[in-house]
Design a protein around this ligand. Structure first.
Ligand SMILES: Cc1cc2nc3c(=O)[nH]c(=O)nc-3n(C[C@H](O)[C@H](O)[C@H](O)COP(=O)(O)OP(=O)(O)OC[C@H]3O[C@@H](n4cnc5c(N)ncnc54)[C@H](O)[C@@H]3O)c2cc1C
Length: 426
């Protein structure tokens, strides 16, 4: 039986190239690993495990790619959120491994796109843009650090006057171009990965929300109409995760991020605002990000409000910001507007760990999960196989819980957003 559930309306949902549909779980099934959540984290873990010969079941409460993975800005960005805190905790130990992990997801995505013929508009080239003098100083440090890591041919500092040619705006003080980073159609990547996983024997179920986990040598993962008996469980629900509250509640706050997509620009308009087709991120904590889609729409994203509540009019808030940067596009209609939840961690270090011996979790990429979730999928698959070294680098970093996070919901989100916004303004 299928649920009448679908992907939220968005440019991505409207331009899906594949629409695999999977049944609802009914009755009991058995597999080596049960993955909860079919976004990038869950699918990447499942695909890696299937490639290594494990039997895997994936349970998704809505549709594959329904969460952030099917709705995001599509920016494939390297580096680890919380890297400074990881370094403070570990000193130079693991520095090389962490750097490699920060770009590992790029290689996994590129390999899967090729191996499984996933049509997801993958393109290379991205730029961070500075709004304040301190951002320029930060860009210089990042540039030096990346050059020291052998990326001197892939990164370049850009001054404000050149930026006007690269981005058709005078709103930024400088930029850092990174051609190792890039952008893609996230929902099509997600659906392509699901198709590849299914072809390798992974059992995927949609409309199959997990309601409880019975722990044990073999865990039993329960849905409304069925259950999965598995040696290992991987929780990959990210900002939508509600399971295991004793351990996981209050560790992230689920902030909204929103995107508008204009009607297609003409070739001349696209060449004026982004001739190199770069993915663009400003350097605020509560940032704006934008890029062109394959059919030359401007996809412009960022925060919508500080209330923590679902905005009533996404376009009404986002379009004035878009027009401040690109007044020349004021005549362009907005054809799609949507949003999703980002899982923000207070110290920004992604949350990876285990509950008991055989239930693993990974969440909290603080808005940088397109690439990282793919690397994390590999880390989780290693952990299932008994190699926890890379997982422990994260699992051993202490985290504080957000007080009353569960109780006050949107008020806590509002406070958190204000806190980060104040840091931007100070
Ligand atoms: C608007 C927006 C823009 C973003 N832009 C970027 C960007 O440009 N670049 C970037 O790197 N990152 C970006 N991100 C963040 C990125 O999308 C996420 O970090 C990443 O997709 C997380 O993947 P995930 O698989 O962990 O979570 P999700 O994709 O959210 O998947 C979790 C899935 O678990 C399911 N689930 C939860 N609980 C249960 C349950 N009990 N039973 C069954 N299923 C369950 C959910 O339905 C969901 O489908 C953005 C996020 C948003 C919302």
């Amino acid at each position: 039986m299928r649920l009448a559930d679908t992907h939220p309306t968005s440019y991505y949902a409207a331009t899906r190239t594949e629409t695999p549909a999977f049944p609802t779980l009914q009755g009991e099934v058995r597999s080596d690993v049960c993955v909860v959540g079919a976004g990038f984290t869950g699918l990447s873990t499942a695909l890696t495990l299937a490639e290594r010969g494990y039997s895997v079941t994936v349970l998704e409460q809505h549709r594959v790619g329904w969460g952030a993975s099917g709705r995001n800005g599509g920016q494939m960005l390297g580096g680890l959120p919380g890297e400074a805190n990881l370094q403070r905790h570990w000193g130079t130990a693991h520095a090389d491994a962490l750097f490699e992990l920060g770009y590992r997801g790029h290689a996994i995505i590129a390999q899967r796109v090729q191996q499984y013929a996933i049509d997801c508009d993958l393109k290379y080239g991205a730029i961070d843009v500075a709004l304040r003098p301190r951002h320029l100083a930060h860009q210089q440090q990042t540039h030096a650090a990346l050059c020291a890591r052998g990326m001197e041919d892939q990164v370049r500092l850009v001054k404000a006057d050149e930026l006007q040619h690269l981005l058709g705006t005078d709103k930024y003080l400088g930029g850092l171009v990174n051609t190792r980073n890039g952008h893609l159609h996230p929902l099509n990547l997600c659906l392509g990965e699901a198709r590849a996983a299914a072809a390798l024997g992974v059992s995927l179920f949609e409309g199959s929300g997990v309601t409880a986990i019975e722990h044990g040598t073999q865990a039993v993962v329960k849905t409304a109409q069925g259950s999965v008996r598995a040696d290992f469980v991987v929780l990959a629900g990210n900002a939508y995760q509600q399971l295991e509250p004793a351990v996981l509640s209050g560790l992230i706050f689920p902030a909204g991020s929103y995107i508008v997509a204009t009607e297609p620009l003409s070739a001349a308009e696209a060449a004026q605002i982004n001739p190199l087709d770069l993915a663009v991120c400003d350097m605020n904590e509560v940032l704006d990000y934008f890029r062109l889609s394959a059919d030359r729409r401007l996809l412009f994203g960022g925060r919508c409000n500080y209330s923590g509540r679902e905005p009533r009019d996404i376009g009404g808030t986002m379009v004035p910001r878009l027009r401040r940067i690109y007044p020349q596009l004021a005549h362009k209609r907005v054809e799609y507007a949507w949003g999703g939840k980002i899982a923000i961690v207070l110290n920004r270090v992604p949350l990876l760990g285990r509950i008991g011996p055989n239930v693993f979790y990974a969440l909290g990429y603080s808005g940088h999960g397109v690439s990282l979730s793919h690397a994390v999928g590999e880390v989780l698959a290693d952990a299932v196989a008994g190699t926890c070294e890379r997982m422990d680098v994260f699992a051993r970093v202490p985290h504080r819980k957000i007080p009353f996070g569960q109780t006050f919901g949107s008020q806590m989100v509002a406070l958190g957003m204000l806190y980060f916004r104040l840091r931007d303004l100070l």
